[in-house]
Write a protein that binds this ligand. Structure first.
Ligand SMILES: [Zn+2]
Length: 320
């Protein structure tokens, strides 16, 4: 089995090296690098998976900081198989787990930070996940949000119920959404206060050579806000990061990142006017010189097996 996987990888590496002529850039999205697999977050990678993913990227691709990659794309100097690594939100494990693995492989990533949650904050979706995880009761009454009474006796049920709640309240007005999440949290045995980075962790991450970008203050779905609120979220977040890190912040990531659903056309000019050089979204895609700099597509490398991970990278490069 092991040798089959190795053979597969070797063949894929040969195919990957044949992608040389394509001057394309590929931006990966990560959120967390967990200590170990977590039943409440099956979509997130852990240290072990992230380590081999970075090994493969370092060996078979050319990983560049986002700023360099975009400059090189402009000047037609992009190396073959160019990849950027990005992280959204500002989780503490980015500093505690991802940083050492990135440094070990000499890789630079860009971290998009929602400043409102630094120093002990928790985003509404994490509040739901962590609250349901810590519940002692075997049933949760969700009739208030039309989900009825649901069993949370097993780990799998807890995972499913948390996801159902998140899907149900995701697109509500931010205020109403926080209220629901808070209501769920109050039925639980407490929440972690160290999920997101502290100011000092963020400063260390930046001082270690990592790139930092903006991701709004409170991570709202921008499409649910009025123009003034959107501007405030974007401008205040940028100012706070620039004050904290004493540097210019050039890149922005739209929360959730789906055009016309999570952010609207008019928000792009707000991002430009705030002084950002480029912005990333979340639709799948590979960048070329023609790609809109304020709506750069990205891709979540969710494959937990090496061969699948490589294959998907290659297929995406080939323009599938
Ligand atoms: Zn985000």
């Amino acid at each position: 089995m092991q040798s089959l996987i190795l053979l597969g990888l070797k063949q894929l590496a040969t195919i990957a090296s044949g992608l040389g002529k394509k001057k394309k850039l590929f931006i990966l999205i990560f959120h967390r690098v967990l200590d170990e697999p977590d039943f409440m977050r099956p979509g997130e990678v852990d240290k072990k998976i992230f380590t081999w993913q970075m090994q493969l990227l370092a060996k078979y691709f050319n990983v560049l900081p986002l700023a360099d990659a975009l400059d090189k794309l402009d000047q037609d100097q992009l190396p073959s198989r160019a990849v950027c690594i990005t992280f959204d939100d500002g989780y503490a494990d980015n500093y505690l787990n991802a940083l050492a693995i990135l440094k070990q492989h000499n890789l630079t990533a860009t971290f998009f930070i929602a400043t409102g949650y630094l120093n002990g904050g928790i985003m509404w979706n994490d509040k739901v996940i962590e609250a349901v995880r810590n519940m002692q009761q075997i049933e949760l009454d969700l009739t208030a949000i039309e989900l009825g009474k649901l069993s949370i006796a097993s780990e799998h049920q807890k995972y499913q119920v948390a996801q159902q709640i998140i899907q149900k309240i995701k697109h509500l007005q931010p205020k109403q959404r926080s209220q629901y999440a808070e209501g769920i949290a109050q039925q639980s045995q407490g929440l972690p206060n160290d999920l997101m980075m502290t100011d000092n962790q963020l400063k260390s991450l930046h001082q270690s050579g990592m790139e930092i970008g903006g991701h709004t203050v409170t991570h709202p779905i921008l499409a649910t806000l009025n123009a003034q609120e959107v501007e405030q979220e974007i401008v205040d977040n940028k100012a706070e990061l620039e004050r904290l890190l004493e540097t210019r912040i050039d890149f922005f990531a739209y929360p959730n990142g789906r055009p016309e659903q999570d952010y609207l056309k008019e928000h792009i000019s707000i991002v430009k006017n705030a002084g950002y050089k480029a912005a990333v979204s979340t639709p799948w895609g590979v960048l070329t010189k023609q790609t809109d700099r304020y709506q750069l597509p990205r891709f979540t490398p969710w494959d937990k097996q090496e061969v699948k991970f490589m294959l998907r990278m290659i297929l995406t490069y080939m323009g599938r």
